[in-house]
Design a protein around this ligand. Structure first.
Ligand SMILES: Cc1cc2nc3c(=O)[nH]c(=O)nc-3n(C[C@H](O)[C@H](O)[C@H](O)COP(=O)(O)OP(=O)(O)OC[C@H]3O[C@@H](n4cnc5c(N)ncnc54)[C@H](O)[C@@H]3O)c2cc1C
Length: 447
């Protein structure tokens, strides 16, 4: 294999390119439609107050060198060493790593700015079409498109609302634009994205009220220093047994350790669970899992707690029933959880933080639509991403795996589940690089 095209130059795609070079594998072309490569959604559209939610010690991009990011941080930002660093700083780290790789072997890594809109089989290989008409031939294609954007929540007709009353894209820099101190804002969702938005509104000087609405009103818990613990026994696979087991362990080792010690098992648990059990987990446990598993930095948690104490942020469990436009903003009606009565709220803006999506059948992304039409990819059975094998090979509509059309990152969660954070994706890109390079890397031990 001589040439691999990687579509999407966020964390997953950039790291894939770096890993191919490190394995002395095939030459790579990295295709990214944004002006910046390597940072993706998580590490570009951030404010300096947006911190990593994983300690620096576990954020190395290189699985065989766990201290790599920590050492980089000590050199570049010694004041941040050992902390939860700003996400923008992590973006600098990734961009530098990619640039280093390219400088070391410019003939083996080509970074192309453009949008891939189609991938076509071409003999033993593939042709990739970009929106500007460029065609690229490659022996293998790796899809690293990141999450799909959040859906517009039911009950909202964005076109019927006045301009500025609905912000569909939580990462847009103008979510705070035009807000006044006596305005109220509704954030739909109460997870990590809501936390980002609350911090951003605060940093931009917004002094009004933020109401965050989600079905259960759960919000991310905070990190704290914990003694790492390990389990003697494999946890049960079925959802109810697992919950019982984790509760019991929480009494012994504390809830943070009880959740963290599941990490070595989660991929295996997911693989062993049948579809019914996976659905049960998604419906009943996912929201709880997310807030305990994906925790926020203590400094961020303190800020959110202070905003709640001051009455500037209210997190509400409930269901949106309808939204109507007002001269400036919108009138929201929702049913608080466990109540029959409807509550009414007038807000200047609604911000959609309902969370990333993965349902291919609802996407309008040209590339994914074409791949679906061609039967080259299919949704996983839970419709949370692209169906792939344990080797990250896409599975077509006919059920056949494609060894040279692979997918990476959060869109492969249907197969791996724990494939969202850096420690998981770096392992995946490493394994794919080994496979495509016939494991020629010689710089140290592999996975
Ligand atoms: C806000 C946020 C904070 C996070 N914080 C942490 C953290 O602290 N610690 C941690 O471990 N994990 C964190 N994560 C999770 C994790 O790091 C991300 O999920 C990871 O960065 C995913 O990277 P990706 O490259 O798969 O996706 P993305 O970052 O979304 O990148 C995908 C890229 O593909 C490009 N693209 C898509 N389609 C095309 C196309 N057709 N043609 C060309 N380009 C295309 C997009 O422009 C984009 O740049 C965070 C995630 C988010 C969203």
């Amino acid at each position: 294999m001589e040439h691999v095209a990687i579509i999407g130059g966020g964390f997953s795609g950039a790291l894939q390119a770096i890993n191919l070079l490190r394995h002395q594998g095939p030459r790579a072309t990295l295709i990214e439609r944004r002006t910046e490569t390597a940072r993706g959604v998580a590490y570009s559209a951030a404010h300096p107050d947006h911190l990593l939610n994983v300690r620096a010690g576990n954020m190395s991009a290189l699985p065989q060198d766990p201290g790599h990011f920590e050492r980089w941080l000590e050199r570049r930002h010694p004041e941040l060493a050992g902390s939860f660093a700003p996400r923008l700083v992590y973006g600098d780290y990734l961009a530098e790593l990619l640039e280093e790789a390219r400088t070391a072997a410019p003939e083996r890594l080509n970074i192309l700015q453009g949008e891939a809109i189609d991938v076509m089989p071409d003999g033993e290989g593939w042709r990739i079409a970009l929106a500007d008409g460029t065609i690229i031939a490659a022996d293998a294609v790796i899809l690293a498109p990141g999450n799909l954007p959040p859906h517009i929540p039911g009950g909202i007709d964005a076109d019927a609302l006045p301009p500025g009353a609905f912000a569909p894209e939580p990462w847009s820099s103008d979510v705070a634009k035009g807000l006044r101190a006596d305005d109220a804002v509704l954030v739909i969702g109460s997870g990590l994205t809501m936390v980002d938005i609350a911090l951003l509104l605060d940093a931009r000087g917004f002094e009004g009220k933020i109401v965050a609405l989600s079905r259960r009103g759960l919000s991310p818990r905070a990190h704290a220093a914990v003694e790492p613990s390990t389990r003697d026994m494999r946890p049960p696979t079925e959802a109810v047994g697992l919950l019982r087991d984790v509760r019991a362990r929480s009494c012994e080792v504390g809830w943070r350790s009880a959740v963290d010690e599941l990490r070595p098992y989660t991929e295996g648990l997911w693989a062993a669970a049948d579809l019914t059990e996976r659905r049960r987990f998604l419906r009943h446990l996912r929201a709880w899992w997310d807030v305990h598993r994906h925790r926020i930095a203590p400094k961020v948690a303190d800020k959110i707690a202070a905003m709640r104490d001051a009455g500037r942020l209210e997190i509400v469990a409930g269901k949106l029933t309808d939204v109507t436009g007002r001269e400036k903003g919108a009138r929201i009606r929702y049913r608080p959880r466990g109540q029959d009565a409807i509550t009414t709220l007038d807000v200047r803006r609604i911000i959609n933080a309902s969370g990333p999506q993965g349902d291919l059948l609802r996407t309008t992304e040209p590339l994914l639509c074409r791949l679906l039409e061609r039967g080259l990819i299919r949704p996983d059975p839970l419709r949370i991403g692209i169906d792939v094998t344990q080797q990250s090979e896409t599975i077509g509509a006919d059920g056949e795996a494609h060894p040279t059309l692979l997918a990476l990152g959060p869109m492969t969660r249907g197969t791996f589940w724990e494939i969202v954070a850096v420690p998981d994706i770096r392992r995946q890109t490493w394994a794919v690089a080994r496979k495509l390079s016939n494991a020629h890397w010689v710089g140290g031990e592999g996975l």
